[in-house]
Ligand binder design. Structure first.
Ligand code: BF8
Ligand code: SF4
Length: 623
């Protein structure tokens, strides 16, 4: 692997070289081994949905144009995309289900390790859900909220999702009603995706994609929304918090524990327990100066925005963290965990600790995390890490020293506070053109793209054009590692945005949290639209996933589009095998929903186009 060229981020190249010297493979090596990747797969025209297949469509029309059952490229591509949306929505929403469970246990007092931290937010949520809170205790209110939210998953009626109705703007709801895509229950829409894509059910690409829209709406405006709301209530609503990011946050003389995955239920506990005096003392007994917790991926974002735990890296850096030789344990829950972690850890002393009944990795140590015994289990895990410090081969440790300053934790509440309590100053800045627009940049890393290059380049190009960038997920960590999340980064912004940031003391790019926190972006969009009396497609805003890879990103992209947002993808989705589906997603869907997908791998060109779209929208608003 050309180590110095695969990433934009300092330290990555050095660790890839270290990996090669030590005979360790990373995602980049395996990506090369996979070349050339299957053309049918890339175009989305292979189907394995029944055992008459697998079937492949000849993209040049010289070979078969239909599968054994008669499904053509349009049907196959649409079905495959729908299954991606189903998986993405399932991941976000199942995560939400686990949080509701803990929220309920915290409310009743059953789960002693958790409590209701943000009671104001709880009351606000209860009220928008139509619960009368007068004279009720916190615990009663929370139990009623939990009851409504539990039903979001599988309520049997055809009424729309309650949380969506409570949070989405009225004008949007009308659009969805007209199209017949109002989601009824989260599990039901996901289940229906599987049913429709079973052999011999829905063959119409438009009908399939519309159900994809419905499923993604269930994710964004209910599943993910719920995960964000309840995580805030349990662990506190994020406020701007300072820390550092990149591999340099690992400490040579300390026991290093990395929390990786998505659910804060585990990571918040590990962070809390690791920082306890008892554990710090124990670490000293084993010859370390203390215990140091660092984050990876979205659970890293959860503890970053609430506790200021420094992220050691984003998705493509999970193996590299182990390759430093300085990590005693990587504690994981679910999603975005490379099974290779165990192989890499096998070359060092690192223990991979899986904790979720739904996410085992062969070769890992499995310690099941149970919320009723949260403190005990977290302690057991932290102890394993501490005891493992003595096994660290010191001569093999190499921690790149790079790290950047970060200010993260811009929840909607925090943004409002920075603005002085209302959206008015932001709306005025937008109207006057001091800020031209707002773009939500989100999503993963993908070895098809130079690591973090598209995230960073696109972001810089946007802020240069006076566009405020907000975002989540692995983008947030990329931006953090590249110094884009500090108030000083305002110097990289255009004159207008720079002045606004300097007045408010905020960065030109606002880190809003993990991927389920894309729901925070939806709330901002809804609030802006309602304040201006327009619909989301009228706003000078856009979305982008410059380096996306996961099925969750497909669901997010789809609910952005369905919410009326012009959405850029920096990596080509597997749809090009069907002109019809490609046209639907990148063009015709706009007439129905006001948003559409735009695919452009070059981040500079993408920024230019996004800017032009925003200027067009401004013109229509007569701004
Ligand atoms: O949920 S951005 S690589 S860590 S999928 Fe995964 Fe993508 Fe990172 Fe978070 Ni989101
Ligand atoms: Fe082939 Fe149709 Fe079966 Fe798919 S569902 S594998 S296209 S026969």
């Amino acid at each position: 692997v050309p180590a110095k060229q695969v990433s934009e981020t300092k330290g990555v190249g050095n660790l890839i070289e270290k990996a090669e010297e030590e005979g360790v493979k990373t995602a980049w090596h395996r990506f090369l081994e996979q070349q050339p990747q299957c053309g049918f797969g890339l175009l989305g025209i292979c189907c394995r949905n029944c055992n008459m297949g697998p079937c492949r469509i000849d993209p040049f029309g010289a070979g078969p144009t239909k599968g054994v059952c008669g499904a053509d490229a349009d049907t196959i591509v649409a079905r495959n995309i729908l299954r991606m949306i189903a998986a993405g929505a399932a991941a976000h929403s199942d995560h939400a289900r686990d949080i509701v469970h803990v929220f309920k246990g915290a409310a009743t007092g059953e789960f002693k390790g958790y409590r209701l931290t943000d009671v104001e937010k709880l009351k606000g949520l209860a009220q928008i859900l139509g619960i009368d809170i007068e004279g009720k205790s916190e615990s009663e209110i929370a139990s009623e909220v939990a009851h409504i939210l539990e039903l979001e998953f599988g309520k049997p009626d055809d009424e729309p999702l309650k949380l969506l109705m409570a949070t989405a703007p009225k004008k949007r709801i009308k659009v969805w009603e007209r199209l017949g895509v109002m989601p009824r229950a989260i599990d039901r829409e996901i289940c229906e995706c599987m049913h429709r894509t079973h052999m011999g059910v829905d063959a119409d690409p438009a009908s399939l994609l519309l159900h994809g829209v419905r499923t993604s709406l269930a994710d964004g405006w209910s599943g993910s929304m719920m995960a964000t709301y309840l995580s805030d209530i349990l662990f506190g609503t994020p406020k701007p918090i300072k820390t550092t990011a990149n591999l340099g946050v690992l400490k040579e003389d300390y026991v290093n524990i990395i929390v990786h995955g998505h659910n804060p239920i585990l990571s918040m506990k590990i962070a809390e327990v690791a920082q306890s005096e008892e554990m710090q003392k124990l670490a000293k007994k084993y010859g370390a100066k203390g215990v140091n917790v660092a984050g990876m991926c979205c659970t890293g974002n959860e503890v970053l925005v609430r506790l200021g735990i420094p992220p050691a890296g984003n998705f493509l850096m999970q193996e590299l963290a182990i390759i430093t030789g300085a990590v005693e344990a990587m504690v994981v829950d679910y999603q975005c965990l490379m099974p290779s972690l165990v192989d890499v850890a096998g070359c060092y002393h690192t223990k991979i600790i899986t904790t979720e009944p739904k996410a085992h990795i062969p070769g890992a140590v499995h310690i099941e995390f149970k919320p009723e015994k949260a403190d005990e289990i977290a302690k057991e895990i932290v102890k394993i890490a501490i005891e493992n410090f003595q096994n660290r081969p010191k001569e093999r440790v190499f921690i790149p020293k790079h790290k950047s300053e970060v200010v993260a934790g811009f929840s909607v509440e925090a943004i409002l506070e920075a603005l002085g309590g209302t959206l008015e100053p932001l709306i005025n800045a937008l109207r006057e053109g001091t800020i031209k627009g707002i773009v939500g940049v989100v999503g993963c890393n993908n070895p098809k793209v130079k690591h973090n290059h598209s995230h960073v380049t696109l972001t810089k190009e946007l802020i240069k054009r006076d566009i405020l960038v907000v975002g989540t997920g692995c983008w947030g960590i990329a931006a953090a590692m590249h110094g884009l999340l500090t108030p000083e980064a305002a110097k990289m912004a255009g004159e207008g945005l720079r002045a606004v940031c300097e007045t408010l003391g905020i960065p030109p790019c606002l880190h809003m949290g993990s991927c389920v926190d894309c729901s925070r972006i939806l709330i901002v969009l809804g609030a802006l639209a309602e304040a201006l009396g327009v619909d989301i497609p009228d706003l000078p805003v856009a979305g982008s996933a410059p380096e996306w890879m996961s099925e969750k990103a497909v669901s997010i992209g789809t609910y952005f589009v369905a919410s009326g947002v012009f959405t850029h993808l920096g990596v080509v989705p597997p749809v090009l095998g069907s002109q019809k589906v490609t046209r639907l997603l990148t063009d015709e869907i706009e007439d129905l929903l006001g948003g559409k997908f735009y695919v452009e791998p070059d981040p500079v060109k993408a920024a230019e186009t996004i800017y032009n779209v925003i200027i067009e929208k401004r013109k229509k608003l007569k701004w």
